[in-house]
Structure formats: C-alpha cells, structure tokens
Design a binder for this molecule. Sequence first.
Ligand SMILES: NC(=O)C1=CN([C@@H]2O[C@H](COP(=O)(O)OP(=O)(O)OC[C@H]3O[C@@H](n4cnc5c(N)ncnc54)[C@H](O)[C@@H]3O)[C@@H](O)[C@H]2O)[C@H](O)CC1
Ligand SMILES: [K+]
Length: 223
Amino acid sequence: MEKVTSKQMNLIDSFCIKAIGIPGIVLMENAALKVIKNIDLNSYNNFTIVAGVGNNGGDGLAIGRHLSVLGKNVNVFVIGNVRHGSKDFVTNYSILRNMNIHIHHILEREDLKHLQKSVRSSEMVIDAIFGTGLSRNIEGLFERTISIINKSDNFILSVDIPSGLSSDTGEILNTCIKADKTVTFQLLKKGLVENSGEKYAGEIVVEPIGMPKIAIEKGLRNF
Ligand SMILES: NC(=O)C1=CN([C@@H]2O[C@H](COP(=O)(O)OP(=O)(O)OC[C@H]3O[C@@H](n4cnc5c(N)ncnc54)[C@H](O)[C@@H]3O)[C@@H](O)[C@H]2O)[C@H](O)CC1
Ligand SMILES: [K+]
C-alpha cells in the first residue's frame, strides 16, 4: 500500500481544494463520517472528544456533532487557542456552539480536572489533538492531557494519526497517545508503520474521504 508524507498529503489536499474545488469542509465532513463508520455504535454510548485547533481538531468536532445527533453522550474538549483555529476548525466549532453543545476549553491545569472526570465516565476517547500538522515537541498542558487520556481505561480512537507521532518518521515528539485504533484518511501515512508508529497506532484503518485519483497522483509524484 502506498505510504505518504505530510508534505505529499498537503499537496493532495490543496490540489483537491484549489485546483478541483472540493472545499476543505467537505473533506472534513467525509473524514468525520468515516470515523463514525468505524465506531461500534451498539457498544459505545459515552464519548470524550479532545480536539486541537487545527483541521485534526475540526475533524474531532464534526465527529462529536454526529455522535451527539445520534443521541450519544458526548463531552467535547478543545485544547489550544481557538483564535488561532484553522478555518474549517472554526466552522465546526461555531456549529457546535449554535447547537448549544457545551465545549470545555483546556486553558490551564485547573481545567484538566474536567477532562479527568469525563474520561472516568466515558467509554471511548476520540483523539483529535494533532494530525499531520504536528510540528514540534509536545509540552505543558498538551503533555498532561495526553497523559490523562493514556492512563484512562477508555478505548482510544485516534483521528488520522495518534497525537504525538510524527506522520513522516514515526518518531514520538516527547509524548504520544497510545491508540487502540487509528482511522487514517485516504492514504497510509509513513509514520504509522515506521519506528514507534506500530506501537502507538493500534489497529490501522485507511479510509478514503473522496479525493479523486487525479489529486492523489499529483501528490504522489512529488516526494
Ligand atoms: N489531508 C487531508 O486530506 C485532510 C486532512 N484533514 C485533517 O487535517 C489534519 C491536518 O490538519 P492541520 O491543520 O494541518 O494540522 P493539525 O490539526 O495536525 O495540527 C496543527 C495545529 O497544532 C499546532 N501544533 C503543532 N504542533 C504542536 C505542538 N507540539 N504543541 C502545540 N501545538 C502544536 C499547530 O500550530 C496547529 O494549530 C489531518 O491530520 C487530518 O486529520 C482534514 O480534516 C480532512 C482532509
Ligand atoms: K490525532
């Protein structure tokens, strides 16, 4: 199976959006629905969603919306500065607010007790903190958040990449989510099957999200 780097994925992404005209929010919605497809909805009713403020976080918020609409109990946490949020993250953030779905913001250590309480009462954590945009060592509140999630006895499903794993090299950037399952979008990211990837990714499922072959070939030609 073809393995790609984050650079190649970004090329494919931007070709889809800019050259073909598939809006990023459409890809994000497709991604969210493919994660829902990989959740056994008969076995899980209580979820903790932990989202960063990039598009990986946007995926997480869209997943939370669908789970809520399906009648599941969902606690949504956002970590990072929403004002720095990506465009598509902000779209999904606003939708949740308009639906009066409470969003817990992890801004200081004090806020972690709400996360601790949530993971004690949930059965599954959706890890949507970082995806292919992880760019430096994870520290501070992000590190503590990952530790709380890893110590919980929840089933951990990572969106695209376990947060903390480099999608290019499979190295851990100081700490990493230890996922039971990773649903990765469209193509297998190199880091998932190299170095620490296999130890942290859990079961890997590659789910197409509607990217046309013409876009994929564009990205694969650039390495
Ligand atoms: N490629 C596709 O076809 C699709 C990808 N989707 C999802 O988008 C993410 C990639 O999103 P991106 O916005 O590029 O980056 P991330 O969300 O992974 O994170 C970037 C975010 O995090 C900040 N950051 C990076 N490193 C750190 C750190 N160590 N500490 C704190 N903050 C950090 C950075 O500043 C950004 O704010 C991909 O994985 C998919 O899940 C689409 O949604 C679907 C199509
Ligand atoms: K993730």
